[in-house]
Design a protein. Structure first.
Length: 322
């Protein structure tokens, strides 16, 4: 079963999380098999995005969906992973051209240097007209060098937007999508006043640096094949780690789609009446498949008439005439 493990380093301003998506990840991939599935490098990228999404959703206190969205100019046009506050997640990618075996981030989404990664925070109680919060991180480093790992891109984001020193290790194959996050906790309150100022400055905390360095020694193979207990013991056996109750099942990460007929109708409205009427004339109906879960929604001419009738133009409810 998919799991999220949270832990603290006793007495140190450092916390960590380890996520292993197993059934949720297999479920997500299986739904895509009908349309051919994903090439291996795309599967790895999407799995890393899903794992990272869970870790970021759990480390940023926010009541809404966290969406990682990579818009690419390579063979992958779009890759999206969305994680709700209750850890329900979904993810999808749009592949428009052949993907070379072993392709990494640059070859997948940044061949022309125009790829970008957006982190979108969409409040659950968002009012009509209100835009979600969006932070954009480039897919290149300080020297304009293209980044090859999603983890580096997201570490930049956490540092720049959340002021959080973060180390991420991510990996995915066709059975597991997993990630380890180590983060320096913002030091607050009275305890901080007496501390040497530099201690709390980004990149200068020795405890964080030591633990982050240990985390970075975790190999892809270990992350994908070892259970959480073994990973944490191997990496941090010299540290004092306090574990919390793991989250799994109904409170853990799991696949769930939020698509509905109403949402699809809204999307069709956005395309415009003319385009949809053309489709109906040609095929008799408009069929829309959800990119995330594969659900099919069919709209015939009558349905479309209803979709495009504004409420005020609908026949009034019968009224008694005096
Ligand atoms: Zn769906």
């Amino acid at each position: 079963m998919s799991e999220l493990h949270k832990f603290l380093f006793e007495g140190l301003p450092v916390r960590g999380m380890l996520v292993r998506l197993t059934d949720a990840w297999v479920d997500l991939l299986r739904r895509r098999e009908a349309s051919g599935g994903y090439p291996v490098p795309v599967r790895e990228l999407l799995g890393e995005m899903a794992a990272a999404g869970v870790l970021m959703q759990s480390s940023i206190k926010f009541n809404g969906a966290l969406v990682l969205q990579i818009s690419g100019d390579g063979p992958v046009r779009l890759a999206v992973a969305e994680v709700q506050p209750d850890l329900a997640l979904r993810a999808t990618a749009t592949v428009v051209a052949e993907v070379a075996a072993g392709a990494r981030l640059e070859a997948l989404v940044n061949t022309g240097g125009q790829g970008r990664c957006a982190i979108i925070l969409d409040p659950l109680d968002r009012q009509p007209g209100q835009q979600p919060y969006q932070g954009v991180v480039p897919l290149h480093g300080d020297q304009r060098e293209p980044l090859q790992r999603l983890s580096e891109v997201l570490e930049h984001y956490m540092l720049q937007s959340e002021q959080l020193d973060t180390r991420l290790v991510l990996a995915a194959d066709d059975r597991v999508a997993a990630g380890l996050l180590i983060q320096r906790m913002p030091v607050e309150g009275v305890g901080n006043l007496g501390a040497a100022r530099n201690e709390d400055e980004i990149g200068l905390n020795e405890d964080f640096n030591r633990i982050a360095h240990l985390a970075a020694t975790l190999t892809r193979e270990e992350l994908l094949t070892l259970d959480a207990d073994t990973v944490l013991r191997r990496l941090f056996w010299e540290e004092s780690v306090r574990r919390f109750e793991p989250q799994s099942g109904d409170t853990g990460p799991r696949f769930a789609c939020r698509c509905s007929r109403e949402r699809v109708a809204g999307m069709l409205q956005g395309l415009g009446r003319e385009e949809i009427d053309g489709l109906i004339a040609e095929r008799g109906s408009a069929e829309v498949a959800c990119e995330f879960c594969g659900a099919q929604y069919r709209f015939d001419a009558v349905d479309i008439g209803e979709v495009f009738t504004p409420p005020r133009d609908q026949p009034p409810a019968p009224m008694s005439v005096q």
